[in-house]
Design a protein around this ligand. Structure first.
Ligand code: ATP
Ligand code: MG
Length: 633
């Protein structure tokens, strides 16, 4: 079947399409209804079916490939920065999960209870996630390193019975104590978890609180031979809660089901990521983000692949570390983010050439717009197709991509591709709600019902779910992505940034993303952030912060002025004078979240002399100092 036919069936006959896809996973009891959309937007998939994510990710493969690698935990967060690895076969992974599940049960965790996981990128974090899945507890992984306040908010929202954590994470070889942050968060939170389970990596000393804190290693020994049967769950039970990264405001607890998610992941692994049992998958994300949930933990394992979990920086011990992992474990499919590729692009190219990456068949990138230069650079460096994919925490798996597993449809530079199965993507005019024509800019929306795997609701707040996502256009049941986009005449989509990243210059509405794209086309621009700041005359003006490729080009006031003028001239030429930034500042760092998203809100706040807001996910606080210094200078 070609892609067009397959996609068409997913839209016109979702029952048949998804019933077929559902065969990719094991069901303990068959479903009676594929799709129940009687109470939109609360869609139910595979009603009546019973299954389990842990069974499909692990137990299912133990019989046929129990002695093959399932989890390859690699860390460069060692004293000397040399790689340390720990490999778990499917059988070993199952045993570890059963031990962790037994510990959770002994601490009173029951089906439906929330377990908050605040962990570094160590294997025990994955044991904990899958142990929850096994016993029907609802995990909520909170990115390790979040500050106490943010953690406390999430504790109060999820009300966990148990928190699983560790003494410390590590970054660039330096321990970052987690336990004091966690203790402080629990103090701040109204909700108090009954138990805290702690993995002691012996990176920093820990003070245990008697009666509340339990030592993982001791309990693991106690439950070393534990056997914990799978708890079969209803397809529409909740598997997990994951808070959105909060780039645009108060985080929302995205709640996901069991059966729909399992099917969506199995289907995407087959058609988009083309994963085969026995092969190795490597996603460079963090388990605290949705990519980590879907494509470090559940997706590859559900597809019977070994998955690499990497703790460390992409440039330690050197900029070849990822490629050494690809070489050593014969990675076939790799998933990363444009921001990480841009980091590597600044490094000498020999690191890439030092390793044999011939096992790699494709590199998938997501999380932010993939600019053409970055895409072309990595494509020629690796010699494999680069597959952009566009999605959100809310959807759990790609909305737009190219399903190479169905048809070798060409990718198009700058476009994440076309709608994936079941996604009815439309571009609507922001004010009239009318469907936009080809190449006409509008809001990217998804017409309900959403395909399997997408969020069920906002945890504990159905009203907010409806109000936030489903009430932006009065005429239809549409879910707003809050992203701008266009569709070209051939049906390829382009994402133009977030709807709240719009600035209004003297009545002209301009996307900061478009201005950034234009500035990026200057040969000496490595990265750029554009924000709109208040201006008495024009309402708002654009201000650009640029990381030059060659720092010498911005070393003196004269050279900075010259480069600024060149950047302005490019914008004038490509977008018109109205979009020209009023100032172009030069920095060596931009404030980003640890998942690589530009913190435009914070930059804007600093420019306007306001408080930059919640910065707990910021990658490097020095970047804000640079913004301040640039403005002052
Ligand atoms: P919050 O919703 O809390 O503000 P967030 O939107 O940053 O956080 P995610 O769900 O991780 O959190 O990010 C999804 C967003 O990332 C998309 O809505 C889109 O703006 C952007 N994005 C993801 N993939 C791509 C891509 N391939 N191309 C362009 N933009 C992308
Ligand atoms: Mg979002």
């Amino acid at each position: 079947m070609n892609f067009a036919d397959s996609y068409r069936q997913s839209i016109t006959d979702p029952q048949t399409y998804w019933a077929n896809e559902a065969k990719l996973i094991d069901w303990h009891a068959p479903f009676s209804t594929v799709l129940d959309d009687s109470n939109p937007p609360f869609t139910k998939w595979f009603v009546g079916g019973k299954t389990n994510l842990c069974h499909n990710a692990v137990d299912r493969w133990v019989a046929t490939q129990g002695d093959q690698p399932a989890l390859i935990a690699v860390s460069s967060e060692t004293e000397d920065g040399q790689l340390h690895e720990k490999i778990y076969t499917f059988a070993e992974l199952q045993a570890e999960i059963e031990r962790t599940a037994a510990i959770m049960l002994s601490l009173g965790v029951a089906k439906g209870d929330r377990v908050l996981i605040y962990m570094p990128m160590i294997a025990e974090a994955i044991f904990a996630m899958l142990a929850c899945a096994r016993i029907g507890a609802i995990h909520s992984v909170v990115f390790g390193g979040f500050a106490s306040n943010s953690l406390a908010t999430r504790i109060d929202d999820a009300k966990p019975a148990l928190i699983v954590s560790a003494d410390a994470g590590s970054r660039n070889g330096k321990a970052i104590a987690y336990k004091p942050l966690l203790d402080e968060a629990i103090k701040l939170a109204r909700h108090k978890p009954a138990h805290v389970l702690l993995v002691d990596r012996r990176l920093v000393p820990m003070t245990m609180i008697a009666g509340r804190d339990a030592d993982y290693a001791a309990l693991r020994r106690q439950y070393i031979d534990a056997q914990v049967p799978i708890t079969w769950l209803d397809s529409n039970d909740t598997s997990y809660i994951l808070y959105t990264s909060g780039t645009t405001g108060k985080p929302k607890g995205v709640q996901r089901d069991v059966g729909g998610y399992a099917v969506a992941l199995a289907s995407s692994m087959k058609h988009i990521f083309c994963g085969k049992p026995g092969e190795t998958y490597f996603a460079t994300s963090d388990i605290g983000w949705v990519v980590g949930h879907s494509y470090i933990v559940y997706g590859p394992l559900i597809a019977g692949m070994a998955t690499v979990m990497y703790e460390g920086l992409p440039i330690r011990p050197d900029a070849g570390v990822w490629w050494s992992i690809v070489e050593k474990y014969k990675v076939t499919r790799m998933f990363s983010a444009p921001t990480a590729v841009r980091v590597l692009k600044k490094q000498p190219p020999e690191y890439m050439k030092k390793h044999d990456t011939s096992s790699l068949k494709a590199l998938y990138l997501a999380g932010e717009p993939l600019d053409e230069t970055t895409s072309q650079w990595i494509a020629s460096a690796l010699g494999v197709p680069i597959i952009d994919n566009y999605w959100q925490t809310e959807t759990g798996w790609p909305i737009l991509s190219i399903a190479k597993g169905i048809e070798d449809k060409p990718t198009r530079l700058g476009s994440p591709g076309v709608p994936m199965a079941g996604y009815k993507v439309k571009i609507l005019n922001e004010s009239t709600g009318a469907v936009c024509g080809a190449n006409e800019k509008g809001v990217v929306v998804l017409e309900g019902p959403l395909p399997p795997g997408c969020m069920q609701t906002i945890y504990g707040d159905d009203d907010r779910f409806v109000k936030t996502y489903w009430s932006n256009f009065s005429n239809e049941q549409v879910y707003s992505t809050f992203d701008w986009g266009i569709r070209d005449a051939d049906g390829y989509y382009f994402i133009l940034g977030r709807t709240d990243d719009v600035i209004n210059v003297a009545g002209h509405r301009l996307g900061t993303r478009e201005i950034e794209e234009s500035i990026s086309s200057h040969p000496n621009v490595s990265e750029v952030a554009v924000v709109g700041i208040e201006d008495k005359m024009k309402g708002q003006v654009a201000v650009a912060f640029v990381i030059p490729k060659n720092a010498d080009a911005a070393a003196t006031p004269e050279s900075r002025r010259a480069l600024e003028a060149e950047v302005m001239a490019i914008v004038d030429k490509q977008l018109g004078a109205v979009a020209r930034p009023s100032r172009v500042h030069f920095v060596t760092l931009l404030p980003k979240t640890r998942s690589g998203k530009l913190l435009r809100r914070s930059i804007q706040a600093i420019c306007e002399g306001r408080d930059p807001g919640d910065l707990t996910t910021i990658e490097d606080p020095m970047s804000l100092e640079q913004i301040r210094a640039a403005l002052a200078g």
